[in-house]
Design a protein around this ligand. Structure first.
Ligand code: NAD
Length: 357
């Protein structure tokens, strides 16, 4: 069985890295990698070859592989180049792209969607969403610190004292918690809010202050994900955010509701009440943004407030993101490839969740 990794398009990350290759090969498979696929993340072809991968052309990866793994889905025009019945493994987001499974089936292919792996303890080692969200949370704080015209930590110097920066994190899931931890390490004062009550303890354990807005809907049956909130709750939450925002130097927003538009938490009115020089980093930009003024993949300045819209910050740390992804992939693939053969256990919750075609 051949597992292939094509080079990602417009992305420096790569789906496999040399340190994970020997574990992959131990599953009894051959690994094909498109030449130069690791370059953007500083993984050299020679290092892959030394670990037993075959470096081949893109055409060969697509035509020969039984399983093709990529961080972003292959462009649809390339699907016809795959072997009939081949498996694509990627992040297809079927909760947004409702007909993607049907299109893959029509193309005579099969697919696992990595973003459908259940968010359970058992599946934690395969959870690419968590890997990337964690990197993005870290990077969001570094970006904010880079743009902020002030220090993050408190400074007491002979030339005067500087107060610590105030950081407000909206959405304390994986990305938000990593943002809290990073901002704390840099010495900022951190407040955070989430609709899931379970987040309170996590925020507090990282030294953040939890902002509780009463009356949030919290549904245990949503698999840990947030559920859509009532307009009344969101209005009260926006009021609470506005109170804090005017005193914050940085707002990191990460609030998402799976399969829906991101909730609006920072309206224009709130941005205009923030101090000039403040920074907003909106990680929910690709699903509409938590800030009304966010423009996806753009950095704008509105009345002195810098607003960075980027939901793909994990791509900006390509070496570690690729390493984490490759480990997630190894843990996932070993569920259904045994001694070089495909073995799909349809009783397995993780296989059942991720297999979209
Ligand atoms: P996500 O990216 O879907 O959303 C980010 C955060 O925004 C979530 O914490 C969500 O509750 C919050 N949010 C939504 N609407 C909001 C609003 N109006 N105001 C404030 N916050 C709002 O979340 P995620 O980081 O992918 O995590 C989703 C869930 O999965 C969490 O419960 C997390 O603990 C859980 N999880 C489990 C595992 C595992 O065990 N394998 C791994 C990672 C995450």
């Amino acid at each position: 069985m051949i597992i292939g990794f094509p080079k990602e398009r417009d992305d420096k990350r790569v789906g496999m890295v040399p340190p994970v290759l020997s574990k992959m090969s131990a599953l009894g498979v051959e690994i094909y990698l498109e030449k130069g696929a690791g370059e953007g993340a500083f993984y050299a072809d020679a290092d892959y070859a030394e670990q037993g991968a075959r470096l081949v052309s893109r055409e060969e990866v697509l035509a020969q592989s039984d399983v093709v793994i990529s961080i972003s889905p292959l462009p649809e025009e390339e699907w016809s180049k795959l072997k009939p019945g081949a498996f694509m493994v990627s992040r297809f987001a079927p909760y947004f792209h409702k007909d993607v499974a049907e299109r893959i089936e029509k193309a005579g292919l099969r697919a696992f969607s990595l973003d459908m792996i259940p968010r359970t303890t058992l599946a934690q080692s395969m959870d690419v969403l968590s890997s990337f969200a964690s990197v993005a949370g870290y990077k969001s704080v570094l970006l904010a610190a880079h743009h902020l015209p002030r220090y993050f930590p408190m400074m007491i110097t002979a030339a005067g004292s500087i107060k610590p920066a105030k950081v407000l994190v909206l959405g304390a899931g994986v990305a938000g918690l990593q943002a809290i931890a990073t901002a704390k390490r840099l010495g900022a004062m951190v407040e955070a809010s989430d609709t899931r009550l379970a987040a309170k303890e996590e925020v507090e354990s990282l030294g953040g202050k939890f902002i509780l807005v009463e009356g949030a809907k919290d549904d245990a049956s949503a698999g840990g994900y947030a559920v859509e909130q009532s307009e009344d709750f969101l209005r009260r939450q926006r009021e609470e955010v506005q109170l804090r925002a005017t005193k914050s130097d940085v707002i990191i927003t990460t609030a998402q509701v799976r399969g829906r538009k991101a909730p609006l938490l920072v309206p224009t009115e709130t941005v205009e009440k923030m101090r000039p020089g403040s920074v907003i980093v909106d990680l929910a930009a690709s699903t509409g943004g938590n800030c009304e003024l966010t423009q996806d993949r753009k950095t704008i300045v509105h009345k002195g407030v810098t607003i960075i819209g980027n939901s793909d910050l994990a791509a900006d740390l390509p070496q570690d993101s690729s390493f984490l992804f490759a480990n997630n992939i190894h843990n996932f693939v070993k569920l259904f490839i045994k001694e070089g053969k495909l073995e799909l256990d349809m009783e397995n919750e993780i296989i059942k969740g991720a297999l979209i075609v």
